[in-house]
Design a protein around this ligand. Structure first.
Ligand code: CUA
Length: 170
């Protein structure tokens, strides 16, 4: 037994400093994610619900993919990825529209990224398209022009041909 009655929890100075650093980092990350989510409108794509990739092209909303007008400048876009194409391949909405995308795959994993065809400027819409899951993301299209959605995930030989066009009319 040591003569010192040590009732206080002893924490090494290095250990204490690293604990402080990790707490500071945690606060920084939570702040960054909050700023991205609430102030910059960056959404984490959440799996909306599950579908059967074998029957998704035959039944349910993805059997008739495309735009649905909800009124008040709001649209839903059901997009089926598969066979190295996006269905539909072309869509058009008026400027100022808010479009909620529902995207799924009937075969392998694809990606879906929306960018301006004229400037190459990317939008906030960039999701993975996983068979069996529905990816959902909403975007407000405030600039008229031609946008291209492209597959961002290598999915086979015809991967480079996998794209479609969204026209935002003035
Ligand atoms: Cu689909 Cu690459």
């Amino acid at each position: 037994m040591s003569g010192q009655a040590n009732t206080k929890l002893h924490i090494d100075v290095y250990e204490r400093n690293w604990m402080i650093i990790s707490i500071v980092l945690l606060v920084v990350f939570v702040t960054a994610v909050s700023i991205a989510g609430f102030m910059m409108g960056i959404n984490v794509p959440a799996p909306q619900n599950r579908v059967n990739p074998n029957t998704v092209a035959k039944e349910g909303p993805f059997a008739t993919p495309g735009l649905r007008e909800l009124g008040g400048g709001k649209y839903e876009a059901y997009i089926l990825a598969g066979n190295w194409k996006f269905d539909p391949k072309e869509m058009s909405v008026p400027v100022g529209s808010s479009v909620t995308f529902y995207i799924t795959s009937s075969d392998v994993q694809h990606g879906f990224k929306l960018a301006s065809l004229e400037t190459g400027e990317a939008t906030n819409l960039n999701v993975q398209v996983v068979p069996g899951q529905v990816s959902k993301l909403t975007i407000k299209l405030d600039k008229p022009g031609t946008y291209q959605y492209i597959c961002t995930e290598y999915c086979g030989g015809a991967h480079p041909t996998m794209f479609g066009t969204l026209t935002v009319t003035p």
